[in-house]
Design a protein around this ligand. Structure first.
Ligand code: IPE
Ligand code: IPE
Ligand code: MG
Length: 250
């Protein structure tokens, strides 16, 4: 790749020592710490989520400019219904507003939108906004951006098993590929890198089938403070790891 064809994000990446030929193809993010970010500033949790939305806009752009092919983010988990009613309602509204407001810009930037999660359980207006985004951008060829809403990794596996049984597949014919082919977005490769913000060392039920061999990177920064430099640090750390997939690697 010639220097002149590089985006500013790629130039910065190269300066940091990132090899643009060895980028993770799929980066997944557990966007955590919005509440703590807000609390520290004496603000309502919802303001933290709003700031998190602003962060996500930037990170989607940075990831796309870096050359990441798939970005998947955890926006609302199947367990997040346990939160106070006003926070849940605020999050639903925020995701809906974001989906509507960002659609035009995402489409212009050639972003392909996907969703993951049980959309039949979210408010109909949110479901519509998300599905409109998917439909409008389905022919785009840039970064694939997957928004996980009302997503649970176990629920996804349960849904896959149901659809396998409904298809009449014989037990003796079921392989790992059978299950993988029935996940929400079967054509999306497994994540190479999973980033979690705000220091928590757990998966919280995110992409548990797909992350069997994923490299995990945890930063102490809460999600509202995550930026281009943080993303590049995560990618650099990823490139310094040795992926073995169970084999012996000399
Ligand atoms: C992550 O931030 C966003 C969602 C789960 C929707 P949190 O709201 O979990 O923030 P903390 O963990 O309370 O700081
Ligand atoms: C995971 O964060 C879910 C999202 C980021 C949407 P949580 O804050 O809900 O996870 P726990 O409760 O710390 O496991
Ligand atoms: Mg949290």
């Amino acid at each position: 790749m010639s220097v002149s064809s590089q985006t500013p994000t790629q130039e910065k990446a190269v300066q940091l020592g990132i090899d643009l030929e060895q980028l993770p193809s799929h980066v997944a993010v557990i966007m955590d710490g919005n509440g703590r970010w807000a609390k520290k500033r004496g603000l309502q949790r919802l303001l933290g989520h709003r700031e998190g939305y602003r962060t996500l806009r930037g990170v989607l752009l940075n990831a796309s400019e870096l050359g990441i092919k798939f970005l998947t983010v955890y926006a609302f988990s199947a367990e997040n219904w346990r939160r106070p009613e006003d926070e849940v309602a605020g999050l639903m509204k925020l995701i809906e507003t974001a989906a509507k407001d960002e659609l035009r810009a995402m489409h212009r930037n050639n972003v392909r939108v996907q969703v993951a999660g049980r959309l039949d359980e979210v408010p109909p207006s949110l479901r519509k906004a998300l599905l409109d985004g998917v439909e409008t951008t389905k022919g785009n060829t840039g970064i694939t951006f997957t928004l996980a809403v009302n997503y649970g990794g176990r629920a996804e596996i349960v849904d896959a098993v149901k659809s396998i049984i409904e298809a009449g597949t014989k037990a003796s014919e079921i392989t790992e590929e059978t299950i993988a082919s029935r996940l929400y977005n079967p054509l999306t490769p497994e994540p190479d890198l999973m980033v979690r913000t705000a220091g928590e060392m757990r998966w919280s039920n995110f992409l548990i089938w797909q992350s069997a061999n994923t490299e995990l990177y945890v930063t102490e920064k809460p999600w509202p403070e995550f930026d281009e430099t943080e993303l590049l640090n995560a990618v650099l750390t990823y490139q310094q790891r040795t992926r073995k997939f169970g084999a012996v690697v000399e």
